[in-house]
Design a protein around this ligand. Structure first.
Ligand SMILES: Nc1ncnc2c1ncn2[C@@H]1O[C@H](COP(=O)(O)OS(=O)(=O)O)[C@@H](OP(=O)(O)O)[C@H]1O
Ligand SMILES: Nc1ncnc2c1ncn2[C@@H]1O[C@H](COP(=O)(O)OP(=O)(O)O)[C@@H](O)[C@H]1O
Length: 235
């Protein structure tokens, strides 16, 4: 076998079948295709131990709603309120994750589905670590949200629906994206020319009363009360 090749590449010349077999033996199961022969590794410190240490129960608070509906505002306020109570949480924000983990994804339905799938898997790991994971993403498709719910143990996926009318979200327009979408400069913008499927089985709904949106502290308190009542704030 000899190495060589053009700029930036390595080429291998395999002179006979025997040598080829030796190469395969040295590098069995290439990483091409899906992984096989993988095993689950158990460790002696488990979820219950971690929860005891933290005096809380791991769960996922999944905040869904239109752009501008207040997802990030609720996530941050909730994170701060939990911190104030000595509870450990971590925020997975759609916009932020699209700068790293999900920077290869766009806004086609398949890309949004993959975005939600990845975040759902990460959220599951955070919940298993004992943390209160706060995921705030538009997550417009019911099927994608339900798939994330199915990853979590019974009742530890808490779906929060920001039921804020499009007109309010559009009037807020803090990033100017609705304006661009209305002008046709962003295609496939949720609520304008892309769908948002409202939840059918959410645990918490945040909505305006008499046309007035609850302030951030009230939205957060609604979630904290739920977590308290369901026993997530104690081991
Ligand atoms: N076409 C289109 N549709 C919707 N949103 C768009 C789009 N293009 C960019 N943005 C910005 O991306 C943020 C939403 O990212 P998410 O990862 O939460 O979206 S999704 O759950 O995959 O649908 C969203 O952030 P939020 O405003 O915080 O919701 C927007 O800032
Ligand atoms: N409960 C609320 N009442 C009034 N304004 C709010 C409320 N929640 C969020 N906002 C404002 O609306 C805008 C969009 O909120 P944001 O949390 O960024 O929404 P999202 O993350 O869903 O896009 C921001 O300017 C924010 O300050």
């Amino acid at each position: 076998m000899s190495g060589g090749g053009g700029k930036g590449s390595i080429r291998f010349k395999i002179p006979n079948k025997l040598l080829y077999a030796q190469v395969i033996e040295c590098f069995p199961m290439s990483s091409l295709g899906k992984a096989t022969n993988i095993f689950w590794q158990e460790c002696s410190v488990g979820k219950l131990d971690r929860q005891k240490l933290l005096n809380q129960k791991g769960c996922v608070v999944w905040i869904t709603g239109l752009s501008g509906s207040g997802k990030s505002t609720l996530a941050c306020t909730l994170g701060r309120d939990l911190h104030g109570r000595g509870k450990l949480s971590y925020i997975l924000d759609g916009d932020n994750l699209r700068h790293g983990l999900n920077k290869d994804l766009g806004f086609k339905a398949e890309d949004r589905a993959e975005n939600i799938r990845r975040v759902g898997e990460v959220a599951k790991l955070f919940a298993d670590s004992g943390l209160i994971c706060i995921a705030s993403l538009i997550s417009p498709y019911r099927r994608d949200r339900d798939s994330c719910r199915a990853l979590l143990p019974e009742s530890s996926f808490i779906e929060v629906f920001m039921n804020i009318p499009l007109e309010i979200c559009e009037a807020r327009d803090p990033k100017g994206l609705y304006k661009l979408a209305r002008q046709g400069n962003i295609k496939g913008f949720t609520g304008i020319d892309d769908p948002y499927e409202t939840p059918l089985n959410c645990e918490i709904e945040i909505k305006p009363e008499d046309g007035v949106c609850p302030p951030p502290a009230a939205m957060s308190s609604q979630v904290v009360t739920f977590l308290e009542e369901r026993g997530f704030l104690h081991a």
